[in-house]
Design a protein around this ligand. Structure first.
Ligand SMILES: CC(C)(COP(=O)(O)OP(=O)(O)OC[C@H]1O[C@@H](n2cnc3c(N)ncnc32)[C@H](O)[C@@H]1OP(=O)(O)O)[C@@H](O)C(=O)NCCC(=O)NCCS
Length: 143
């Protein structure tokens, strides 16, 4: 299995949006949200490929108000999870903003993602009750 991470291309728009829908259900982003992510140059976007096939996507942006970079989204195709691809995508996002503080929101019931972030050195710094449309709280994590 050959895993590669590269900057996302416009042709990744469809697969990335589809992966978002299967990964986040009612909290998935709209097509318009994805159009913004793909059209705004300051958003750094990465695609994971397994044997040249789309396998994951992540995006991050610098937030000048918080003077920190925000991990906007990250998802791996269910077929390829737990093989290090999420960690590799996260690392590429971090490396796109060298030396910057990072923050993110994660569903308080999403243990896989929370463990991924903890393993990468993120720690909980806050929470937002009922932040998600599914009714779950958000945990704010920072590194
Ligand atoms: C969260 C997600 C991106 C992780 O991607 P992944 O490629 O499976 O992650 P990795 O293989 O790099 O795993 C890194 C670490 O995360 C943790 N982890 C990942 N999946 C896990 C699971 N199902 N249960 C428990 N821990 C898990 C482990 O600590 C793992 O380290 P280890 O392999 O040494 O045990 C993936 O599960 C996913 O796409 N989920 C749906 C979308 C989502 O929830 N995104 C996060 C939004 S905040």
């Amino acid at each position: 299995m050959c895993i590669k991470i590269r900057p996302a291309k416009l042709s990744d728009f469809g697969p990335a949006h589809q992966l978002d829908r299967i990964s986040f259900g009612v909290d998935a982003w709209s097509v318009m949200d994805y159009a913004c992510v793909f059209s705004v140059h300051s958003v750094k976007k990465f695609t994971a490929l397994v044997d040249e096939k789309f396998a994951g996507f992540a995006a991050a942006e610098y937030d000048p108000e918080r003077k920190a970079a925000c991990l906007m989204t990250i998802a791996v195709d269910p077929e390829y999870r737990q093989r290090g691809i999420g960690s590799a995508l996260l690392k590429h996002c971090e490396d796109a903003f060298p030396g910057k503080h990072f923050y993110l929101n994660v569903d308080s019931e999403n243990q896989a993602a929370i463990k991924l972030y903890e393993k990468a050195g993120y720690r909980q710094t806050g929470s937002e009750p009922a932040y998600y449309l599914n009714g779950h709280d958000a945990i704010i994590m920072e590194k």
